[in-house]
Unconditional design. Structure first.
Length: 73
């Protein structure tokens, strides 16, 4: 199972909104733990687990949303 296009689009929208609220950009998220913290703030893991996804699916989506966070890993 993968994160479908609609779910990913919704998560991306939520991320854009929270980044705007905190006045930061995706480029300011420089570590995976920061990306995961944002995901938890938005309850993305809870939604993902509910629809049958696991951590690797979430992480793949987070890598697309915050590519710089995984460049420094």
């Amino acid at each position: 199972m993968r994160v479908d296009k609609e779910t990913y689009g919704r998560w991306a929208h939520y991320v854009r909104l929270i980044l705007r609220d905190y006045k930061i950009s995706a480029e300011d998220v420089k570590a995976p733990v920061q990306a995961w913290n944002i995901a938890h703030t938005l309850n993305i893991p809870r939604e993902a687990y509910h629809i049958g996804l696991n951590d690797s699916h979430i992480e793949t989506a987070l890598k697309r949303l915050f590519p710089i966070a995984w460049c420094n890993k």
